[in-house]
Design a protein around this ligand. Sequence first.
Ligand code: NAP
Length: 229
Amino acid sequence: MTILDRFRVDGRTAIVTGASSGLGVAFAQALAEAGADVALGARRAERLGSTRELVEAAGRRAIAVPTDVSVPEDCDRLVQEAIEAFGKVDILVNNAGVGTARPALKETPEEFRAVIDVDLTGSFILAKAALPLLARAEHPALIFVSSLAGIRGRPGAAHLCAAKAGVIGLARSLAMDLYPHGIRVNAIAPGPVQDVERGEPSPLPPGAPADVGISRPADVANVALFLAS
Ligand code: NAP
């Protein structure tokens, strides 16, 4: 028995966005291994299919729903398909994110807005779409994925830092709004995470703080599992 055996989500349904690569795959896999069915959202349908296979290999059900989280109709469809497939939504992991290194002085307002649209506004849109269902769940958990960059700042990433700081404010405010409805709201703020697709050891990304280690995706996913369980 490991400590992870205490964090079970048997019979629950999760929605995980950004589930076509990186951390989103790890979130989906950890939740499935702990007993949840998972609705997977991201734009790339083919990559979602691979994550679906991972969830099914863990013995749970999965659906893959091509979704752009910055588009309200897409978010509504993701929630709707989760309900049709599984009958409920207990856990939402708002993980989808973009943000390449780009000095703020060279960034256009459109480029800045595009990151805010996905990382911050997209998280809000999907949370709002899922709230009526979370409010009906027995143990609802709403989890946002922020970043250490949203707390400390990072050179060459004003868009990302602004969006991720916004995600923390969004989570804090929703935690107060939703407490009366029994919905637990948390944000995770990982430091640099190993890029498993590039193999290990992966280098620290440019501008990454020197005083923090590199997490494995599974470590971050286990934090989400703890918060969901
Ligand atoms: P990643 O591998 O690039 O994954 C990002 C995911 O977001 C992909 O699945 C992508 O899928 C999805 N996505 C992007 N735009 C989307 C949109 N408009 N609608 C729906 N899905 C969208 O990055 P990652 O490292 O796993 O990052 C996941 C989250 O963790 C992000 O929010 C990131 O800011 C945060 N984070 C990462 C680190 C790190 O070091 N990796 C550290 C702290 C926080 P599609 O392209 O298929 O849409």
